[in-house]
Ligand binder design. Structure first.
Ligand code: AQP
Length: 325
């Protein structure tokens, strides 16, 4: 029996290269070793302001981009969270085991509260408990994530432990799994690349826009003029080269930036050309799928059916252990 793996992505905007390098690319390879369930977590995405008329499109696009990037729905489960209401039910139960003080410490909650000052709602506060329910509903033992989610997975372990101690052994304590790109920075080089910030390159970005965005991106800020030697160690774009360029190109950029043989624009051009090349097949397949939403919905419905069955079984056990009907 393969170990169960669970992870999710919010339909909160364009899926970007941070989501891809930090999570999706890893998910694709993990399918070989784990029994994988991936979710488009729409209940999470409604914790901030959004346009309900756009939500269905966002869900379909998020699924299309995941498949377009190489996530094979025949070899894993891909589904939409809100199609399995047990996520909300288990969240309520886990709420009763979660101290407020632990949730108050969550940095994502603090950051998002600052970003959404006019809508600091209970859902935003409770986000990590819903995430714990997502994982435990399927008895997910392994959770591949980006670094920003580490604190949440740690909390899920604590909640699982509490449930098991209080009501009887049922849940595994979820273990996180980081990719080799756990934190991709945004184009400003200062904040995490995020769907909700204007600092990302989407996986289906038009080639011209990739160049436009990279040409404005922040590099080594100490390098003021073309003739100044640069320092790749503190340049966010040099980090991106590591995921899109060849070894030879990376070495060359490293050397020639330090000696000022190339300027930032030259470095950006190489990165842009390579990024366009790497993302081209993902973009093509994703756009193709977006044009056939019924095919994507078929995949999602089939996934939901499988998840509903697993979720119903888990909730049966939860209710029985807790003395509920
Ligand atoms: N910049 C990043 N670097 C590495 N990994 C990242 N992830 C997100 N941003 C980066 C990982 O991608 C997976 C899916 O993320 P999510 O959609 O659940 O939400 P998020 O972490 O909140 O991502 P965003 O893009 O920043 O969305 P918004 O702006 O809506 O909050 C997760 O595994 C995440 O760690």
């Amino acid at each position: 029996m393969k170990k169960r793996l669970f992870s999710g992505i919010q339909p909160s905007g364009d899926v970007h290269i941070g989501n891809y390098l930090g999570a999706i690319k890893n998910w694709i390879t993990l399918i070989d070793d784990y029994d994988c369930i991936f979710s488009i977590v729409d209940y999470h995405a409604i914790t901030v302001e959004y346009d309900p008329r756009q939500m269905q499109k966002r869900i379909i696009n998020a699924a299309a981009v995941n498949i377009g990037a190489g996530l094979d729905p025949d070899r894993c489960i891909l589904f939409v969270q809100s199609q399995v209401p047990e996520h909300a039910e288990l969240t309520w139960i886990l709420n009763t085991l979660t101290p407020m003080g632990l949730l108050e410490r969550m940095t994502q909650y603090k950051d998002k509260s600052r970003q959404n000052e006019k809508n600091v709602n209970v859902g935003l506060f409770d986000y990590p408990v819903l995430q714990t329910a997502d994982i435990l509903l399927y008895k997910g033992g392994v959770v591949p994530i980006g670094e920003d989610q580490l604190q949440h997975v740690e909390l899920s372990r604590e909640i699982a432990r509490k449930f098991n101690m209080r009501y009887g052994e049922l849940f595994p304590e979820p273990q996180h799994l980081l990719s080799d790109a756990p934190r991709i920075m945004g184009l400003d080089g200062k904040t995490k690349m995020s769907k909700s910030m204007d600092n990302y390159i989407s996986l289906i970005e038009e080639p011209g826009t990739i160049w436009k965005k990279l040409s404005r991106a922040t590099t080594d800020e100490n390098r003021k003029r073309r003739d100044d030697p640069g320092n790749p160690d503190i340049c966010n774009l040099y980090t991106l080269h590591k995921y899109f360029s060849t070894e030879t190109e990376i070495d060359k950029v490293n050397r020639e930036c330090r000696s000022a043989e190339i300027g930032c624009i030259d470095c950006k051009k190489i990165l842009s050309d390579n990024m366009i090349k790497v993302l081209a097949p993902i973009r093509e397949k994703s756009l193709n799928l977006m044009d056939k939403p019924e095919e994507v919905l078929e995949v999602l419905d089939a996934g939901a059916k499988k998840c509903q069955e697993i979720a119903r079984e888990t909730m049966g056990k939860v209710r029985s252990l807790m003395g509920l009907r």
